[in-house]
Design a protein around this ligand. Structure first.
Ligand code: NAG
Ligand code: NAG
Ligand code: NAG
Ligand code: NAG
Ligand code: NAG
Ligand code: NAG
Ligand code: NAG
Length: 924
């Protein structure tokens, strides 16, 4: 049955991977049992001891014996189908009674190449019987009986590590040996030993001091790793490769015979390489001296005679200088590696004769930028590494924007240029333009602070990788022209440099044009610039900004400015939550007497701004953020102008009554945040659709009745009209009843008061009298009186402005007291300004005295000269006053009460929002 399986497996091997060999089976019932397995490991319990077994088909088989188990044990498991492997390992298994060949046969394992025995003593020739075909033997921690290996006459490779052998046993090793490793053997290797091994080509000796190794006639490769090696004067006639670790000659003398092609000396105590020490080594191609215990010195002529040298490595030898003309003796030199030394400079003309030099490694020395000048003429170079030297820039100054060429500009064959950790800060022009074969430009860990667009143009170089990682590059400097070139001209299909940039960009206004280029044409350079914060540079170019303002513009409290360049620079003025009452205050914080024209963005959210004057706005405004302010009404004209400038009005108590219908239509269509804007009375702006206001306050019936009365009294009136006093009185009476056609005052309907009485404290008695009269009668006026209607403790200038604006007229009671009171004068000015702006008579002056006796200032004098006023004491005082005022609208509507404990902006009726802290008032 098993045989059939094997046959099938072999046939199957023709067209699919061989079936893995089944793990060995226990046959001795009761003495052997499988105890778990992994992919290639298998445990068995044999006579109560755990045996560890490992194998992979055709590669190796390994047994680790527990203490007390021998390979003679008949209960060991065995493979049902034969396992053929190239190597077999027996570890910790004492030497068996039988031979290893018999042991392997019992296990059903065939070894094809190498047998490896670890921790085994008393090995005799009998143990190796019938293993003639084995080519390699490894013994670790073993003891060999005399002539024990005589049974392996075809052995080619022998590795002895810590193996006890009888003295002189080396010369009884199989004659067939080609390679011999002697590790920790503690025995000298004499010429006689080696003479007995006629085929031995490669000898490796790793040992302590006190061990001497002589030369054999056939030796071609010798590797010595010992303390204090002293080499024989005469190297073997066929010795090509010599590796010496621990060479202890301070000043090697020339060998009498030297056929070496390669000499590799490490951990040397050599102090001087004198002139002519290689003079017999005419075939030497490769010389390596590495890790000197003492600073190494080369004498002039140190390479004399070794005219075929192609590779020289003098590494980590504390070399401080090279003698002039050193390389004149090595005209075939292709590689020079001087890494990790203390060289300050190279002697002049060092490379005069080395016109085949391709690879030069000068890294980790103490060179300065002058070293590059020594390389100007080495035009054969393909690989140059000058990393870890304090070179600084070799093509100009850090501050130069136009980069020059470096002394390497003639090295046009370079494929690899490494300048890592050289304190460089710029990419020289020749690296981009003169080196068409460049594949690697290593500029990592340098002092680059910015990269220009030009720095990234490796035109015509196919597949170059420019590594700039480990630099603190804050800026990619593109001009506007660069941006336009990148977006419009660069051919994305043409080969470009692959740039590896660190993620350290500041991504501020200086990166703006680069960001736009990467935003619009991410492929114009093969790079992925990233900000220090992690995001990609090209993500949102418009958001990039620098704090402050462009040159020529200053920005003061309470606003913070930021700007970025662009087709026109953008100035962002941020005054959110700065307690502002007008846009003008924000604009005034910025001064740009000679600044460039900029596009403004005004961020004024969370202030107390309640109106917007177009005159206050800067030119070229693109954002006007007035969210969470106190704007309640705008004229339709103002609104349609503002929405052109990116107006945002969420969280303002917008008046959505009939008078605002036009404005609301404009805002709905043009507001940036129309969806978030709300009406003061509640409800979304988008839903507010107030009906147009009725033109005539009374219904048509009332108008008809009034007309009838008028006709009836026609004759009487006509008669009375001829008397001036009577006419005035009649006019006033008609006016007060609304029977005279009043001038339409469309915007006034929204105002809370009819009259704001502005007066000085000293005239309060008069004012109480005035108020009593005006607030009574058929059409009582709604008066605003500061002693009654102002919030105690409110900010007076704010209350003045609010009162003036909330009233259809301001009556200024001008007296000597008035003229001395700064608050009263401020009220007058506010009302005057409003009157001028609206081109409507807003201000009514009541003079308590003869103007000639009052200390009027110029402004008031001019006002009185061109405007009518009412003088107290005039017999027609009341009539004139009534005519100067609009018709009273009757008692004020009741106020909501109780007042909400906290200020709830969106729910507040619009008229309270103008005067935020007005105290409650009962209508009289
Ligand atoms: C050598 O093998 C024996 C068992 O045969 C074992 O007891 C011993 O620990 C091993 N020595 C080493 C150094 O592995
Ligand atoms: C090796 O053989 C010697 C005698 O031939 C014997 O005395 C010694 O015990 C043996 N050692 C082992 C570990 O078998
Ligand atoms: C090896 O030979 C040297 C003399 O050439 C001798 O001093 C040394 O002791 C020898 N070492 C051994 C381990 O026999
Ligand atoms: C000798 O050394 C060189 C370089 O060290 C190596 O390329 C070559 O393969 C070696 N030759 C032999 C025979 O080991
Ligand atoms: C030059 O030597 C440095 C070690 O200092 C090594 O890292 C680098 O890879 C070498 N350069 C080349 C081009 O082999
Ligand atoms: C860099 O430029 C400055 C002024 O232009 C000059 O003083 C300085 O010497 C320059 N440095 C180098 C290394 O050329
Ligand atoms: C506003 O922008 C226009 C062009 O967009 C420009 O001509 C004008 O000078 C700008 N005005 C100011 C004051 O910046």
């Amino acid at each position: 049955m098993a045989r059939w399986v094997l046959v099938l497996a072999l046939v199957g091997a023709w067209w699919e991977p061989a079936e893995p060999v089944e793990p060995p089976r226990c046959t001795a019932a009761g003495r052997c049992a499988a105890a778990g397995s992994g992919p290639s490991e298998h445990n068995y319990i044999v006579d109560g001891l755990t045996v560890f077994l490992e194998y992979t088909d055709s590669r190796y088989f390994k047994i680790i014996c527990p203490k007390g188990l021998t390979l003679d044990n008949s209960a060991l498991p065995s493979f049902e189908s034969q396992l053929r492997v190239s190597q077999v390992y027996f570890t910790d298994c004492p030497s068996p009674q039988s031979s290893y060949a018999e042991v392997l046969e019992r296990l059903n394992v065939v070894v094809l190449d190498k047998l490896s025995l670890t921790n085994v003593s008393n090995l005799t020739a009998a143990h190796f019987a019938q293993l003639q075909h084995v080519l390699a033997l490894e013994l670790y921690k073993a003891a060999l009986a005399p002539r024990a290996l005589a049974a392996l006459p075809q052995l080619q490779r022998l590795h002895l590590d810590s193996v006890r052998v009888a003295p002189g046993e080396l010369r009884h090793l199989p004659h067939s040996l080609e390679k011999l490793d002697l590790v920790r053997m503690g025995t000298n290797v004499t010429a006689a030993d080696l003479a007995a091994l006629p085929h031995l080509a490669k000898l490796v000796v790793i040992d302590g001091p006190n061990v001497r190794v002589e030369m054999g006639p056939e030796l071609r490769v010798l590797s010595l790793d010992m303390l204090d090696v002293v080499l024989p004067r005469e190297l073997g006639p066929k010795l090509l490769n010599l590796t010496v670790l621990g060479w202890a000659e301070l000043r090697p003398a020339p060998w009498l015979q030297c056929a070496l092609e390669s000499l590799d000396a490490r951990f040397v105590k050599v102090e001087v390489l004198p002139a002519g020490w290689l003079q017999r080594c005419a075939a030497l191609r490769s010389l390596r001296v590495e890790m000197a215990e003492l600073p190494l010195r080369l004498e002039p002529g140190a390479l004399r005679g070794a005219a075929k040298l192609e590779e020289i490595r003098l590494m980590s030898t504390a070399l401080q200088y090279l003698p002039p003309g050193l390389l004149d003796d090595a005209p075939e030199l292709k590689l020079l590696d001087l890494r990790h030394n203390r060289l300050l400079e190279l002697p002049g003309g060092l490379f005069a004769k080395t016109n085949k030099l391709e690879t030069l490694n000068l890294s980790s020395n103490q060179f300065t930028h002058s070293v590059l000048s020594s390389l100007t003429a080495v035009t054969s170079l393909v690989t140059l590494d000058v990393s870890r030297n304090d070179l600084h820039d070799s093509c100009g100054n850090k501050t130069d924007v136009i980069r020059g060429s470096s002394p390497l500009q003639y090295l046009t064959k370079l494929r690899e240029l490494r300048l890592s950790k050289t304190n460089s800060s710029m990419i020289c022009r020749d690296w981009r333009e003169n080196m068409p074969h460049l594949k690697t430009l290593d500029l990592t860990y340098n002092s680059f602070e910015y990269i220009t667009f030009a720095d990234m143009q490796f035109n015509g170089i196919v597949d170059v990788t420019v590594d700039l990682q480990g630099n603190n590059i804050s800026t990619l400097e593109y001009t506007r022209d660069n941006y336009e070139y990148a977006v419009n001209v660069v051919d994305a299909a043409s080969p470009r440099a692959q740039l590896k940039l660190p993620a350290t960009l500041r991504c501020d206004c200086h990166d703006y044009w680069a960001a736009r280029a990467f935003h619009e044409r991410p492929t114009h350079v093969a790079a992925e610039p990233r900000c220090a914060g992690g995001g990609k540079l090209g993500r949102a170019p418009d958001a990039l900004e620098c704090a402050g303002a462009p040159t020529g513009v200053t920005c003061g409290a309470p606003c913070a400015c930021a700007w970025r360049p662009g087709p026109r620079p953008v100035l962002r003025v941020r005054c959110a939550g700065a307690g502002l009452r007008s846009v003008r205050a924000a604009v005034a914080a910025v001064r740009a007497p000679r600044g460039p024209p900029v596009d403004w963005e005004l961020y004024l959210a969370d202030n107390r701004i309640d109106r917007v004057d177009l005159d206050d706005l800067p030119h070229n405004l693109t954002v006007l953020d007035l969210r969470n302010n106190s704007v309640s009404s705008l004229s339709a004209t103002t609104a349609s102008e503002l929405v052109k400038h990116g107006l945002r009005l969420a969280d303002n108590p917008l008046a959505c009554d009939c008078g605002a219908a036009d404005t609301l239509a404009v805002l709905r269509a043009g507001l940036q945040d129309a969806a978030a804007a709300r009406c003061a009375a509640g409800g979304a702006l988008l839903q507010a659709r107030p009906a147009p206001c009725a033109r005539w306050p009374a219904p048509a019936l009332g108008a008809a009745a009034a007309l009838a009365t008028l006709l009836a009294c026609g004759a009487l009136l006509a008669a009375a009209w001829r008397q001036p006093g009577l006419r005035l009185r009649l006019k006033a009476a008609l006016h007060r009843r609304g029977w005279l056609p009043a001038q339409p005052e469309p915007e006034d309907d929204a105002r809370r008061f009819d009259v704001f009485v502005s007066f000085s404290h000293g005239d309060e008695r008069f004012v109480r009298q005035l108020a009593a009269r005006l607030e009574s009668g058929p059409a009582p006026y709604r008066l605003c009186l500061h002693y009654r209607d102002w919030a105690p403790g409110g900010w007076i200038p704010a209350q003045i402005a609010a009162s003036v604006r909330a009233s259809r007229r301001t009556v200024a009671v001008v007296s000597e007291h008035f003229l001395r009171s700064s608050w009263a004068r401020a009220e007058f000015q506010e009302a005057h300004a409003l009157a001028l702006r609206d081109a409507r008579p807003r201000l009514v002056v009541v003079l308590l005295d003869d103007p000639a006796r009052l200390p009027l200032d110029d402004r008031l004098r001019r006002y009185l000269a061109t405007n009518t006023y009412v003088r107290w004491g005039d017999p027609w005082f009341w009539e004139k006053l009534y005519l100067a005022l609009p018709r009273g609208r009757g008692p004020a509507p009741p106020r909501p009460r109780p007042r909400p404990p906290r200020w709830r902006r969106a729910r507040r009726p619009r008229w309270t929002s103008r005067l935020p802290r007005w105290t409650a008032r009962t209508p009289r």
